[in-house]
Design a protein around this ligand. Structure first.
Ligand SMILES: [Fe+2]
Ligand SMILES: [Fe+2]
Length: 288
């Protein structure tokens, strides 16, 4: 095993100042801005849920090295949730109240995927493993997105807000850095192919639908756009051509990799590139 994959995972303390953030932080690109803004709607609730699920799994992990990774993972995801929460908290000052959408996201993670205290011990264990497999599936998507954001010169060309780019690239780099943890934890409990394939068949489309709904919500409620602005596939194709978001084939290829029996998360992204970005991330440096 090469050295970068055996790094000790540590949360990096970060600081971001959103007081100067324009509503359209990809200038003149409200569509791309809001599609990327969906991350701020989904991640605080989603990553806190990751942390809760991993807290339940931690006492059952019998491998010391893996348990250490789990603690590092929880620390990093908790920090990510807080960082995106900071952007969310800034939106009402711009005239966009995200709460109606965040309430739906919260309902999914707390009600649908939350604790079920009435389950038997055996059913509880099965439910935990199923949720770990969903975290592993979502972590494939976050590693894909992390790799993409670290290699997205289109956003630099479009002069996207540097603080927001740093948030996304700091987060993306840590996603690439810890991309094996959820997969390893799932396999620690259940290494069967069916388990992970099933989790992605469920989590993938739900994530896709939530993303489209989130982008529609933000565009329709943005006070700087005509009321009821709609997202179109043409907008998406245009943004992909400009390198402002990943294209459909790239997404499809990445998803198909997850379904290969030989899949392992190191196939997605480069640890060396992620660690290099983290060493010079302005937000990570500002906190020291
Ligand atoms: Fe994260
Ligand atoms: Fe993650």
């Amino acid at each position: 095993m090469t050295e970068p994959d055996k790094l000790l995972l540590q949360p990096r303390d970060v600081r971001f100042d959103w007081s100067q953030l324009p509503m359209h932080w990809v200038p003149r690109e409200p569509f791309a801005t809001h599609v990327l803004n969906v991350l701020h709607l989904l991640l605080p609730e989603g990553e806190r849920w990751f942390c809760r699920v991993f807290h339940h799994a931690l006492p059952l992990v019998t491998d010391d090295r893996l348990a250490e990774d789990v603690r590092g993972f929880i620390g990093q995801e908790a920090m990510h949730a807080e960082a995106h929460q900071g952007v969310l908290a800034h939106l009402p000052a711009k005239g966009l109240d995200p709460d109606p959408f965040v309430a739906q996201v919260s309902w999914i993670f707390k009600r649908i995927l939350g604790e079920r205290p009435t389950l038997t011990v055996r059913a509880h264990q099965e439910y935990l493993i199923e949720r770990l497999a969903m975290v592993a599936a979502i972590e494939h998507v976050t590693a894909f997105l992390g790799d993409w954001i670290l290699n997205s010169p289109g956003l630099d060309r479009a002069e996207a807000d540097p603080t927001m780019l740093d948030l996304l690239r700091w987060h993306g780099a840590e996603e690439v850095e810890h991309r094996c943890v959820a997969f390893d934890v799932m396999r620690h409990f259940d290494g069967r192919y069916l388990r992970r394939a099933r989790a992605m068949v469920i989590a993938g489309p739900v994530l896709w639908i939530m993303w489209i709904k989130g982008a529609k919500f933000l565009l329709a409620n943005d006070p700087e756009l005509p009321r009821g602005t709609k997202a179109t596939w043409r907008d998406y194709r245009r943004a992909v051509r400009k390198g402002l978001m990943p294209g459909p084939w790239r997404i499809a290829r990445s998803m198909s990799r997850y379904f290969k029996p030989s899949y392992y998360p190191t196939q997605e992204g480069s640890t060396a590139q992620a660690v290099a970005y983290l060493a010079q991330s302005p937000a990570a440096q500002a906190a020291h």
